[in-house]
Design a protein around this ligand. Structure first.
Ligand SMILES: Cc1cc2nc3c(=O)[nH]c(=O)nc-3n(C[C@H](O)[C@H](O)[C@H](O)COP(=O)(O)O)c2cc1C
Length: 408
């Protein structure tokens, strides 16, 4: 792994090691993928202020989320079918997160079940809930999470209907799944992956399989799951969850200021500004474009988490500068998992932490608590002043305008 220096390297290796259908399932966004691209493009468009001659010899990456100290402002995001990137993927990712001192979030749609992850790690983790049509099943999932000592529930609200990823359809990742000759040939060329998945504790939706009568095979499971997403999902469901769940409640998938305010009014302990990694509403704004607006709308009382497009430590700095408490990372760690299993997830976290630490130093910040809008070069967001043929401004106006000052 010596030559792996960035998240993109992990992506390249995962692409070679994971069967195409599962790599593309993780890599893709919905429809034209414009929101997927905007998540990255808008982060990269935020320029940072290079600062010098500030003593940054001591750097502290630690912070707190909902009152708990974490080693860096990073959280592993919930990822459905994570265990299809590598056998026992959720257990391995949870172990890597625990070793790094950051939270791991298990998806409702995981391959390893709540119980397997609890047994396989012996450590606390967060659980992400989809409220589905079968409310009894959602309640049973919460009960199982409570029994597994989960204290933080991440309620994802942006999947009331499913956005389509074209590559999934082309690869046969459909309902029911289609095993095509090209998939079989592809899997035959990935023996390390095949062995790890074969040896894994579960090969389907671990939280559902064995818990819904009659759902014994992949086809019936996929159909049941698909039919259970609930277009009628509404704020009353959130009210019900808030009453039922005894621990902390985080609402994930908020991209709108009105929704953010309602989530806070409903008693969310935190919200995640997210567009599901560009996998749902294609054409929605990037998460980073919406973050400052949500922060403004909500005020200081509620912690705001962020996800969507984090691939570098500088991205983490950008999100924190715009008001995020911490960042959830999705694909960045999924690529690590597909590339090298647990060691790859550890590597992804390590890369982001080191890059974040350097970005802090070079913007003149020593502590996470000191990161704010001052690390951002907001001058870059404005159009450059015209270089020629600019009409002479009156002396008073000229003195006030910083852009005119820097014109040649
Ligand atoms: C392969 C994949 C599966 C996902 N599954 C879930 C899920 O089961 N539940 C959920 O709340 N979000 C899910 N998400 C969204 C992530 O939690 C997160 O919001 C997103 O990945 C952040 O964007 P990033 O991948 O650019 O970091 C998934 C994302 C990916 C890439």
């Amino acid at each position: 792994m010596k030559n792996v220096t960035c998240i993109e390297d992990l992506r390249t290796i995962a692409k070679a090691r994971v069967p195409r259908a599962f790599f593309e399932y993780a890599d893709s966004g919905s429809y034209t993928e414009q929101t997927l691209r905007a998540n990255r493009a808008d982060l990269e468009a935020i320029k940072l202020r290079q600062r010098v001659l500030v003593d940054v010899s001591e750097r502290d990456l630690t912070t707190t989320v909902l009152g708990k100290k974490i080693a860096a402002p990073l959280i592993l995001a919930p990822i459905g079918l994570c265990g299809m990137q590598h056998g026992d993927g959720e257990i391995l990712a949870a172990r890597a997160a625990h070793a790094a001192g950051i939270p791991f979030t298990l998806s409702t749609m995981s391959v390893c079940s709540i119980e397997h992850v609890a047994q396989g790690t012996g450590q606390p983790f967060w659980f992400q809930l989809y409220v589905i049509k079968d409310k009894g099943f959602s309640r049973a999932l919460m009960d199982r999470a409570i029994a597994a000592k989960v204290d933080t529930l991440v309620l994802t609200v942006d999947l009331q209907v499913l956005g389509q990823r074209h590559r999934d359809v082309k690869n046969g990742l459909t309902v029911p799944p289609e095993m095509r000759l090209k998939n079989i040939i592809d899997i035959a060329t990935k023996p390390v992956w095949a062995w790890s998945v074969l040896m894994g504790q579960s090969k389907t939706f671990g939280n559902i399989s064995g818990h819904v009568p009659g759902m014994e095979n992949v086809n019936s499971l996929a159909k049941w799951t698909n039919d259970q997403f609930d277009p009628a999902l509404n704020w009353k469901d959130v009210e019900w969850i808030k009453k039922y769940w005894p621990g902390k409640l985080i609402i994930k998938g908020i991209l709108d200021t009105d929704d953010a305010r309602t989530a806070v009014d409903m008693g969310a302990d935190a919200i995640v500004v997210s567009n599901h990694g560009g996998r749902q509403l294609d054409g929605a704004s990037s998460s980073i474009a919406m973050l400052p607006r949500v922060v403004d709308a909500v005020g200081d009382g509620t912690e705001i988490l962020f996800d969507g497009g984090i691939r570098t430590g500088a991205d983490v700095l950008r999100a924190l500068a715009l008001g995020a408490r911490a960042c959830l990372i999705g694909r960045s760690y999924v690529y690590g998992l597909g590339a090298y299993g647990q060691a790859g997830v550890a590597k992804a976290i390590d890369i982001l932490e080191k890059e974040f630490s350097v970005a802090m130093a070079l913007t003149g910040v020593g502590k996470v608590a000191d990161i704010d809008g001052r690390v951002i070069d907001d001058g870059m967001a404005k159009p450059a002043a015209p270089r020629t043929a600019a009409p002479k401004a009156p002396a008073k106006a000229k003195a006030k305008s910083p852009s005119k000052k820097s014109a040649p």
